[in-house]
Design a protein. Structure first.
Length: 634
């Protein structure tokens, strides 16, 4: 029979489809199984409308077979089949989709056929140098075989075939350099691809696989006991799950089963803290099963970590990690989203319409936040465990992209309460505030224990107010973005006016500033460029000194830039302010020395500055010089 040309009349177009559209060669099996599933869907719909049909739903199946000697892989189905004219139409026109026509014809949104583009079949030529399609239409007596090497055309002729349906026979290419096509002749490799891409196709996929059992060999050992050994046999086995767990009701698959699915699917040893089920209908119909992990994976805070949800279309894996469904701040969420409505590109590997993705993503984002808020309210201990792993991620999310997600996350972040000695939310802090408290007070420190001992905390706690301990580098950036919470401004107890002084206290402070004006000028001159200012403190009660900063660069910002790769020595430094308690004994000694012994007064100032640095957790520039100075005064 004469070879017919592809109706696109272009080998170049076929080459582009085979070599450019698909990202991975292994996709061919997903496409052929999807087509087989579509063929069964069509026949299933047909027999449902026929009262005298002898075909039952339980009879349908897909078979994947390997013949290593012949170097062939065969994908068979007992679906609707094709006539010669349908072969000409469906296989002769590149990108013609019989499934799409079928869906339009029945206008049935419940139909779960997958194919839309009619391109998937040609992915076979990525791994095969010859493809045969043997098909017999349901209700027909005639079978036909379509054959092509994928170069310039094809042939169609009559043949013999038992039963209706379609067999697609691929002759696998020889290995070429780094291209190892022979891997697709391995049973375990194809089984792995079925489980990866087609595990939830709703029709059973059969394969002949090796199974080993501990059996008697028929021989006797030295004691006369029957010998046993592992005996490997070939068995026909269904290798796909068929019904995805996210399509089951909660009665069919409770949270415990979902957690087992999570651990197996995403290779985690621990249960997730939450299971989120979403079933939505509307402009985009979809189901989702999401999980919030209890612990961060080892590479979570590295560039190697790849976020994203698994994306399915009617149970067929389309994308393994779709990072666009959830905002970056929720990148710890794992799970699957399955929708028949996504508009995919021609290879079914990329979403085409952002509006659909945004609609799903917006709803899923709300669901994740809602679940985290519920967890925080109903199980504080479990949320605390989650927060230990992912709290920094939420804080980074507040700061990221100039605070784009700040409103989404501000109710989920927590800080350590000095007063309660535990992590609390901003909502909890505001709820516990006395009526006369106007600000949210915080201090920065390396640890919560260190924060509690800071001099700046004294006057705030003395008023009965709580103080939040900022122990992460990101914390001060969070407050810079938020500015306020529930109309309560954040106040850095180290650098800002606490607003706690009465009018009488302010007048007394002004008197002291004037009284010790010359001593303060002397102290500032003695320290030179080490400080931006020296002043009488209105905050200190029990401590003699306090080191604070002025301007936008705090100690935390300074440390942040020092620790950034390549930023050491860039000159980002906080302007230090030495605050002195005029009621302390050491200040009185300084005042006396200033009047009688300026040289000793200078030494006292430097010792006081060194002590203030130590209390603030800041390094002393010359520890040896400072040590000698302290010893010289003993």
């Amino acid at each position: 029979m004469a070879k017919r040309q592809f109706k696109t009349e272009s080998k170049r177009i076929l080459d582009m489809m085979v070599n450019s559209i698909y990202t991975h060669k292994e996709i061919f099996l997903r496409e052929l199984i999807s087509n087989a599933s579509d063929a069964i869907d069509k026949l299933n719909y047909k027999v449902l409308t026929e009262s005298d049909s002898k075909v039952g739903k339980d009879d349908f199946r897909i078979d994947v077979k390997i013949d290593r000697d012949a170097k062939t892989v065969t994908v068979s189905d007992n679906g609707i089949g094709m006539t010669a004219d349908e072969m000409e139409k469906n296989l002769g026109y590149i990108a013609h989709s019989g499934t799409l026509e079928f869906k339009k014809e029945i206008d049935d949104k419940e139909n779960e056929s997958i194919g839309q583009f009619g391109v998937g079949f040609y992915s076979a030529f990525m791994v095969a140098d010859d493809v045969k399609v043997v098909s017999k239409a349901y209700g027909s007596e005639e079978a036909n075989i379509w054959e092509s090497d994928g170069v310039d055309g094809y042939t169609i002729k009559e043949c013999q075939k038992d039963g209706f349906g379609t067999d697609i026979i691929l002759h696998i290419k020889d290995d070429q350099g780094s291209e190892e096509y022979s891997e697709f002749l391995e049973t375990e490799r194809l089984r792995e691809l079925v489980e990866k891409y087609s595990d939830y196709i709703r029709w059973p996929i059969h394969m002949t696989v090796d199974e080993s059992e501990w059996k008697e060999t028929g021989e006797k050992d030295e004691k006369g006991e029957p010998k046993k050994d592992y005996v490997t046999t070939k068995v026909d086995k269904v290798v796909n799950s068929m019904v995805p767990i996210w399509k089951k009701s909660k009665k069919e698959a409770d949270d415990d089963k979902c957690k087992e699915f999570y651990k197996d699917k995403f290779h985690d040893y621990e249960d997730p803290v939450s299971v989120i089920r979403v079933s939505a209908e509307g402009a985009v119909t979809y189901k989702a099963l999401l999980f919030i992990p209890s612990k961060a994976p080892y590479d979570f805070y590295t560039r190697d970590f790849q976020p994203g949800l698994q994306l399915y279309s009617n149970g067929v894996l389309i994308m393994d990690k779709c990072a666009d469904l959830l905002p970056y701040c929720f990148r710890f969420v794992r799970g699957v989203v399955d929708s028949p409505d996504f508009s995919l590109n021609i290879s079914r590997e990329v979403l085409q319409h952002d509006s659909q993705l945004k609609a799903v993503g917006t709803n899923l984002t709300k669901q994740v936040k809602k679940e985290l808020e519920k967890l925080m309210k109903d199980d504080a201990e479990k949320y605390a465990g989650f927060y230990e792993s992912f709290g920094r991620q939420l804080k980074y999310g507040v700061v990221d992209q100039y605070g784009k997600d700040a409103d989404l996350l501000k109710d989920l972040i927590m800080f350590h309460s000095v007063k309660q000695d535990k992590q609390i939310s901003l909502a909890q802090y505001v709820k516990d505030m006395p009526e006369d408290q106007k600000k949210i007070y915080y201090v920065t420190a390396e640890t919560a224990a260190h924060a509690k001992d800071l001099p700046q905390v004294e006057p705030v706690l003395a008023k009965g107010y709580d103080v939040l301990a900022f122990t992460d580098d990101i914390d001060t950036f969070v407050t810079n973005v938020l500015r306020e919470y529930d109309k309560k401004e954040f106040c850095n107890a180290t650098t800002e006016d606490l607003g706690l002084e009465t009018e009488e206290e302010k007048k007394e402070a002004e008197k002291k500033d004037e009284e010790y004006k010359e001593l303060i000028a002397f102290a500032k001159e003695s320290l030179g460029e080490e400080v931006a200012d020296v002043k009488i403190s209105h905050k200190l009660k029990n401590h003699a000194v306090l080191l604070t900063t002025q301007g936008n660069i705090t100690f935390e910002v300074e440390r942040y830039f020092k620790e950034m790769p390549g930023q050491a020595g860039t000159g980002v430094k906080a302007a230090r302010v030495l605050e002195l308690n005029s009621d302390s004994d050491v200040f009185k000694s300084l005042d006396a020395a200033f009047k009688d012994d300026k040289e000793r007064a200078k030494k006292i100032v430097k010792v006081m500055y060194g002590q203030a640095c130590l209390m603030a957790g800041q390094p002393i520039d010359n520890p040896v010089e400072y040590s000698d100075l302290v010893l010289s005064m003993l």
